[in-house]
Design a protein around this ligand. Structure first.
Ligand code: ADP
Ligand code: MG
Length: 552
């Protein structure tokens, strides 16, 4: 690269391989890339959505219906397309559900924006209109929302079921929705100001294969997937002093590296005695503290295991760090990092029960903090997808408990907000008005795709939906099973207001981000990030989408 300024010649600031795409071409290129990603997840939306099978470069297979999982596994390396992936990730972090909707809306916003740009409307006007519409739409979400009581188990179950429909969790959604609601209620506390705080850190999910999902259970306390280190150890305690330890019960590390010269059998014996003594001392420290049970994150020496068994202490080694942290919550005990400082104060009282069939320890604290969802699935793939579905359901139910607002699902809220946006558009001056209307059209993508994915006539149903909303029926949405317009709130299809607000906000932001770009300067050949078309011409469908590692 030459950066020397020469008289009368333009300064060259780009490398030889660099490519530059500007203005309309840049917009078109970016919009196509972003739309390509958005459209790839559309077919999974809703109860009748399909699943995707993703195979990564290691040959690992994921079968899922979950928007954010699909996009993350797709291994996209086009920068614009990545912005769409970020929409899904933000949605997942902030709301835990609604990722497919958020991404699909972002794609539709860009598609409609493209039409406006083709009519020579400046991107700035589109961006401004989208911002106005996004803000107004979110205000209206709040208007439409219904307040729900944190003790309203029926509604909470409906929220859980709506988020599970179409997922692996669907078949047993009755049982699972009930578990999810009880789990969330089990970790909810009422704050001084009367608000409800859900602490999901006090909730653990333990997955097992080999049984039907319907056999899943909710346990108070923790379930630890470990065996005792010695078969002679007691395994059941009604009331035990439990020690959580992150310090090895082994001979001190330093001794392992030091080489010891042994000249005589005597010396060897002395050395071994020393080691034995050290281990004995560690075990004595534990026994003297009054501990009956030790969950150790590190290793336990064979000899120490033997001593502990003799003393009637139950010991578990290499406890997962996450399990130890969870036990800390469940028991209210500290994690001891140095045996030398151990005292009786470091122990907590709890019950320990062994389940030999499942090879689990159930641990409960005195004043129970924390619950464990023991999730079953017939196979690994089944239980993985089940866990993703349950995770979404836990998030939406806990959001509903703390936020207290729900919305009618099945596209009802989108059609209602679109209707209100169109009324609002009349009050917007200039070309921004067209952008507000485009925003309204984009929201209606949700009922359209819900219908399409169910093999229904999307155009007819949208006409019916709009008519119902015009007539004042705010809850009119799609029953995709019956193929008709129903009151979705009555039908129990309910979503969280928070997730919807987030989806609208992040879709609008991502679309605006893409629209603002009028210049792409790439250090390399733009087409190499794509599907290999030599010309590198921008804007060709999925052109520019790199490395779609998944078998799509
Ligand atoms: P997302 O990743 O956006 O949550 P989903 O595949 O979970 O995508 O689909 C969510 C959409 O499906 C929402 O619009 C929701 O209202 C709708 N939905 C869920 N259950 C039903 C149902 N029983 N009938 C109609 N629509 C439903
Ligand atoms: Mg969902």
């Amino acid at each position: 690269m030459s950066q020397r300024m020469q008289q009368g010649q333009p300064m060259i600031i780009m490398g030889e391989d660099a490519q530059r795409v500007q203005d309309k071409d840049a917009q078109e290129y970016n919009i196509s890339a972003a739309r390509g990603v958005a459209e790839s997840v559309r077919s999974t939306l809703g109860p009748k959505g399909m699943d995707k099978m993703l195979v990564n470069s290691m040959g690992d297979v994921t079968i899922t219906n979950d928007g954010v999982t699909i996009l993350q596994e797709m291994d996209i390396d086009n920068p614009t397309a990545e912005m769409v992936v970020e929409v899904a990730e933000t949605q997942e972090d902030e709301a835990g559900d609604g990722t497919t909707s958020a991404v699909a809306i972002a794609g539709e916003l860009l598609k409609n924006a493209q039409d406006l740009l083709e009519q020579d409307i400046h991107p700035t006007a589109v961006i401004k209109g989208f911002n106005l519409a996004s803000e107004y739409a979110r205000e209206q979400v709040d208007e439409v929302a219904t307040q729900v009581d944190p003790d309203d188990t029926e509604t909470l179950k409906n929220v859980a079921e709506t988020s599970m429909t179409g997922k692996g969790a669907e078949l047993d959604k009755d049982v699972l929705a009930d578990l999810v609601v009880r789990a969330v209620q089990g970790v909810t506390v009422e704050a001084d100001d009367g608000s409800h705080v859900v602490d999901l850190a006090n909730l653990n999910i333990e997955t097992r294969t080999g049984r039907a999902a319907g056999e899943s259970r909710l346990l108070t306390g923790a379930a630890i997937d470990k065996d005792p280190v010695h078969e002679d150890m007691p395994t059941d305690f009604e009331s035990a002093n439990v020690l959580l330890l992150n310090d090895p019960i082994e001979v001190e590390e330093a001794d392992v590296d030091t080489s010891v010269n042994v000249d005589s059998p005597d010396q060897l014996q002395k050395f071994l005695d020393q080691e034995e003594e050290q281990l004995r001392e560690k075990v004595d420290q534990i026994v003297d503290s009054g501990a009956d049970v030790v969950f150790c994150q590190k290793g336990i020496d064979d000899l120490a295991q033997h001593y502990l068994a003799k003393e009637g202490v139950l010991a578990v080694r290499r406890t997962k760090k996450s399990d130890l942290t969870f036990l800390k919550n469940v028991l209210g005990a500290p994690i001891v990092t140095d045996l030398d400082s151990l005292s009786a104060d470091d122990l907590a009282v709890g019950s320990v029960e062994r389940d030999d069939d499942e090879e689990l320890f159930y641990v409960e604290g005195e004043d129970a903090h924390g619950v464990t969802l023991l999730l079953y699935g017939t196979t690994e793939h089944v239980v993985d997808e089940l866990e993703r579905g349950i995770q979404d359901a836990l998030d939406v139910v806990s959001t509903t408990v703390s936020d207290g607002r729900t919305l009618p699902g099945g596209g009802a809220v989108e059609v209602e907000i679109a209707r209100r946006l169109r009324d609002y558009a009349d009050s917007v001056e200039g070309r921004e008005q067209l952008a507000v209307e485009a925003f309204a059209d984009s929201l209606e993508l949700i009922p359209r795709v819900l219908a399409e994915n169910a093999g229904l006539d999307a155009i007819d149903l949208l006409v019916d939906l709009r008519a119902a909303h015009e007539a004042g029926d705010q809850n009119a949405g799609l029953d995709v099973f019956a193929g008709e317009v129903v009151d979705t709130a009555d039908a129990g299809v309910v979503e969280t207001a928070h997730a919807k607000e987030q989806a609208i906000a992040s879709a609008a932001e991502a679309a605006n981000l893409v629209l603002k770009i009028d210049d792409i300067i790439s250090a390399g050949d733009l087409s190499t990030a794509g599907d290999g078309d030599e010309g590198g011409a921008p804007g060709g469908g999925m052109g520019g989408m790199g490395g779609m590692g998944g078998a799509m």
